[in-house]
Design a protein around this ligand. Structure first.
Ligand code: MV4
Length: 667
């Protein structure tokens, strides 16, 4: 076993690898960018090496700096995690050339699986079923069109060098084939520098089922059963589970043996995943990932194995810890990926400081893999994952319910997240029934991302009482600091000779202004709210909570403040409010009118409007590419585009004004 390893990654996977290394008595070296100097993976490692500025290409993708850090720290091996350099054959080779162990597959295996058509040819030879199609070298249009007719429409054109759904075009009829082929070639050339394509039968409601394999590089290989990852959005997995709903023992064995055959065909070493696309009783090879996947915990929970321990053992030359016949499935596990993103803004990544983070750590049969803690900043430089929350139970329904309840009991304040979206997904009757396919989220979007409910009177009342409680606390602190602590000028308890104190507050929520008037004195409160008035008593404010009896109801909420921003976590779930500046300062949120700015640094890849154009609310105006994803800039209201400031191909900084826009009067 290694004495010391370097983890060439960040965030939750770096922390997760360190957890196993620590358990095995292996010392750990972290690498980090300047932005991550205080990150958890740095704090949890035995040693840490700064490797460069925040942008990944200047830090976590700088293979030579990482190898130098490993050599300088005396690490014997490098664990790449996932993403970054984990599937970079040249880096795997450079690590070996430096006399270090790359904890992963040989470079040749990474290369073989890097080309879709080469991977398919290898799988075909290994007897793994492929989607009916053509993936040959000849690329002239006439031949491809003949192949499409042989396969039968609809067909799917895919970039051979592609992956993750990029460069795919569905062709419904022969008449569309030529134009779609030209489009697919252009996109493939632009994205991968290689315009070769393959043509397949298009499966209309496929499921994504992947098999975890593990090879010792000496010819032995086992499968650790399957995961169903069909709940995806734009090729990003959202929920993953193991085993797959509806899987039969026969089909599990057939897919497992096909996956092992594929891995053996390339002398695979380490953790790998063979992805299949399944429809009805059929399953077909899609691609092979030569890394440990994000969703590996669901496999660990149903098999009782620690896959990182397997990686460290096998990379240090030990045989596979178990034989195939010793591996068993026990129970069901499901994982949700908690992201700082806004489902109501087409899942645009959200940044911000985690002012409050409460995740369900410590609950039985629940696992939280996270790389951040309260107070950390979700940065624009990296994948905005906050945590993976994984639940296990004897049966699938129990695992789903346990995970949903855990998420409903969690709270993240300071950055918009997909927390409520995940909980709705896990409670959705069709999902609970096991009717999952890759189109699920698209089909149920309205139910999964309902419009935000405006703050109701109860929430506004609790917010107002919390603000008054804060002001009283500030006044008491000021009195205590002053030379005359009992001066009546410090009191805010509302005591006036036969007069109550009257306070006017205005809460802003997007475009909405919600005035709240509070009259109070001697412990009683009367609140005038948009929907009527309420009395409050037994008010118990403290720094983070508010408790009060409103009318007949005893209510409590957690309230997080950041200047004029308040988050109320109460009967309505999480509600974000802004306290209007009584002196008329500009509202913090730009609101619907005015400026549409870049939410993060990126590249303009499409402009859909022109200056002077009238648009409806929600109309697509521009598409940015950032953080490996496309982000749509849409019209915040019905109105007119008054200026378009960038063109396709332009690079934009975070906050750059992209489009000037005038909302229609009254919209
Ligand atoms: C397909 C397909 C339908 N028919 N191939 C998406 C990404 C890449 N891994 C392959 N993908 C697909 N290939 C044929 N012949 C549908 C998809 C697909 C998909 C597959 C698995 C999981 C999610 C998906 C989302 C959209 C499209």
């Amino acid at each position: 076993m290694f004495r010391k390893i370097l983890i060439a990654n960040r965030g939750e996977i770096a922390c997760r690898v360190m957890r196993t290394a620590r358990r095995l008595g292996v010392r750990t070296v972290a690498v980090h960018s300047e932005a991550d100097a205080g990150a958890q993976h740095v704090l949890q490692a035995d040693e840490a090496v700064l490797i460069g500025p925040p942008p990944p290409r200047e830090s976590y993708l700088k293979g030579d700096a990482i190898i130098a850090a490993a050599l300088a720290s005396g690490a014997e091996a490098i664990h790449p995690g996932y993403g970054f350099l984990s599937e970079n054959a040249a880096f795997a080779e450079a690590v070996a050339e430096a006399g270090l162990i790359f904890i992963g597959p040989p470079a040749a295996a990474i290369r073989a699986m890097g080309s879709k058509s080469e991977a398919k040819a290898l799988m075909e030879k290994a007897g793994v079923p492929l989607v009916p199609g053509y993936h040959g070298a000849a690329q002239d249009e006439a031949l491809l069109a003949r192949e499409a007719a042989r396969i039968g429409y609809p067909v799917l054109i895919k970039a051979s060098a592609g992956g993750g759904g990029k460069g795919m075009r569905v062709v419904e009829t022969a008449a569309d084939f030529g134009a779609q082929l030209a489009g697919a070639r252009r996109e493939a050339k632009g994205a991968f520098g290689d315009d070769r394509v393959l043509v397949e039968k298009y499966l209309t409601r496929p499921r994504h089922i992947e098999v975890q394999v593990f090879g010792d590089g000496q010819g032995d290989c086992v499968y650790l059963f399957e995961r169903d990852c069909s709940l995806q959005r734009r090729h990003q997995k959202v929920i993953e589970e193991a085993p797959a709903p509806g899987m039969t023992a026969e089909r599990r064995r057939a897919m497992g043996e096909a996956a092992v055959a594929a891995a053996k065909a390339i002398g695979y070493q380490g953790a790998g995943t063979v992805e299949f696309i399944a429809e009805g009783e059929d399953f077909y090879f899609m691609e092979m990932n030569t890394r440990l996947q994000v969703e590996h915990p669901v496999t660990e929970l149903i098999t009782g194995q620690d896959l990182v321990e397997w990686q460290l053992l096998v990379a240090s030359g030990r045989p596979l810890p178990l034989k195939q016949e010793q591996l068993r499935i026990h129970g069901h596990a499901v994982e949700a990926r908690l992201y700082a993103e806004d489902p109501r803004k087409d899942f645009l990544p959200a940044t911000g400081r985690l002012l409050h983070l409460s995740l369900p750590e410590g609950l039985p049969d629940l696992r939280v893999d996270s790389g951040v803690v309260e107070g950390d900043e979700i940065s624009v430089h990296y994948d905005p994952m906050i945590a993976k929350v994984i639940a296990w139970d004897e049966e699938r329904r129990g695992a789903l319910a346990r995970l949903a309840a855990a998420l409903e009991g969690s709270a993240v304040v300071g950055s918009t997240t997909n927390l409520e979206f995940l909980a709705r997904l896990l409670r959705h009757p069709d999902f609970v029934a096991g009717a999952v396919d890759t189109g699920f989220i698209g089909r149920h979007r309205a139910a999964l991302v309902p419009p935000a409910a405006p703050a109701d009177d109860t929430t506004l009342a609790l917010a107002a009482l919390a603000v008054l409680g804060d002001r009283a606390a500030e006044a008491r602190a000021a009195a205590a600091r002053s030379g005359d602590p009992y001066s009546p000028w410090h009191s805010t308890d509302g005591w006036r000779l036969n007069l109550d104190t009257r306070v006017e507050l205005v809460f802003l929520e997007g475009e909405r202004r919600a005035p709240v008037t509070v009259r109070y004195g001697a412990g009683h409160y009367r609140l005038a709210l948009p929907g009527g008035s309420l009395t409050a008593s037994a008010v118990r404010p403290d720094a983070a909570r508010i408790e009060a009896t409103l009318g007949e109801r005893r209510l409590k909420a957690r309230v997080v403040r950041d200047g004029r921003l308040l988050w109320v976590l109460g009967p309505q779930g999480l509600v974000r409010l802004e306290l209007e500046d009584p002196h008329g300062g500009e509202a913090l949120d730009a609101g619907a009118g005015g400026r549409l700015v870049a939410p993060m640094p990126g590249k303009v890849i499409a402009v859909s409007v022109a200056e002077g154009q009238d648009v409806a609310k929600g109309a697509l105006l521009m598409i940015l590419e950032a953080m490996k994803m496309e982000h749509s800039i849409v019209a915040p209201a019905e109105g007119r585009v008054t200026a378009v400031r960038y063109a396709p191909g332009d690079l934009v900084k975070e906050g750059a004004e992209l489009i000037s826009f005038e909302a229609k009067e009254g919209k």
